[in-house]
Write a protein that binds this ligand. Structure first.
Ligand code: C2E
Ligand code: CA
Ligand code: CA
Ligand code: CA
Length: 280
């Protein structure tokens, strides 16, 4: 047992060091990732749960590292946040998504609203200029209705004047805001009335066991009822089975996203899907 304990300890220590090293490596490489055009966007369909219509897509960033291959945002966004690079990445994601949307529009593809993830860190930084985004949007000939900005619960809890000013700018410009990962964070509901929010995205944590766990279904139903009373639409994330989709439809959920409908797709594949939906 002693031997085992020591092995476990040294393994643990090594892996911590390794982790720190990987982090440093990523942090350095990440600084150049935008300039070196290593970031790519994927698009995951969001459908109307009642009609099945493809109306929106979430924009998800991926990093094609020259030696590590594809790196998931789950593995680098927190590093980007710690080093501040997330501001540059966020600006790149916004501009690239806008340019893509403009191109799709010009080619007459079915209209689609792009839902763009933002990190709380972006809103504290002066370089992250919401008015600049709004200018980019109108310069591309797009309207405020063409995008949704995804934010997380923590941001609303901060009660920071700088943050609130930026959120107010969205509201004034008519840009919709979605509250991502709903139910995983602070779960103070006061801010739902205080801020102008159009969508709640139920975290996939509540969807995952929906078929087995009656409590999760109760939570989802309660979220839908509450949101609707507040005039907020509900998007369920991480739907992987038809049964989950049916349960959520019966619960009155408005929109759905998940592998059951489609995985996040590279832009060529997403484009094909868009052209199909414009045929019918
Ligand atoms: P998120 O915003 O909650 O995005 C949804 C994540 O769930 C995506 O992971 C998506 O691929 C995954 N997903 C979608 N449907 C299913 C499903 O049916 N089952 C399962 N198991 N997973 C599903 P992804 O693309 O790896 O992104 C991870 C997180 O990274 C995102 O979580 C978001 O917080 C962050 N992220 C992604 N792109 C950006 C970005 O441009 N900016 C910022 N700040 N964060 C981003
Ligand atoms: Ca999201
Ligand atoms: Ca989410
Ligand atoms: Ca509103």
């Amino acid at each position: 047992a002693k031997q085992e304990g020591r092995n476990r300890l040294s393994y643990f220590t090594a892996s911590l060091q390794e982790q720190a090293q990987v982090r440093r490596l990523l942090a350095n490489d990440l600084r150049q990732a935008v300039a070196k055009k290593q970031l790519h966007l994927h698009y995951q369909p969001i459908v109307d749960l009642n009609t099945g219509e493809l109306l929106k897509a979430e924009v998800l960033v991926r990093w094609l590292h020259p030696s590590q291959g594809w790196i998931s945002p789950a593995d680098f966004i927190h590093v980007a946040e710690e080093t501040g690079v997330v501001v540059e990445i966020g600006n790149w994601v916004f501009s690239t998504a806008i340019a893509q949307l403009k191109a799709w529009k010009q080619r007459g593809l079915a209209p689609i609203q792009l839902s763009i993830n933002t990190s709380p860190k972006q809103y504290y930084e002066a370089e992250c200029d919401v008015n600049q985004w709004l200018t980019e949007l109108s310069e591309a000939g797009l309207s405020s209705a063409d995008v949704v900005m995804e934010i997380t619960e923590g941001l609303l809890m901060e009660n920071s004047p700088v943050v609130n000013e930026k959120l107010l700018a969205f509201s004034k410009a008519g840009v919709e805001v979605a509250l991502d990962d709903f139910g995983t964070g602070y779960s103070s509901l006061a801010y739902l009335q205080k801020f102008d929010i159009e969508y709640l995205k139920i975290d996939r944590m509540f969807i995952h066991n929906l078929e087995q766990d009656g409590d999760d279904l109760i939570v989802c139903k309660a979220i839908v009822v509450m949101a609707h009373k507040l005039g907020i639409h509900v998007i369920a994330e991480g739907i992987e089975t038809e049964h989950q989709a049916n349960l959520l439809r019966e619960a009155g959920c408005d929109f759905a996203q998940g592998y059951w409908f489609a995985r996040p797709l590279p832009h060529d594949e997403f484009e094909l899907m868009l052209s199909d939906s414009s045929v019918c």
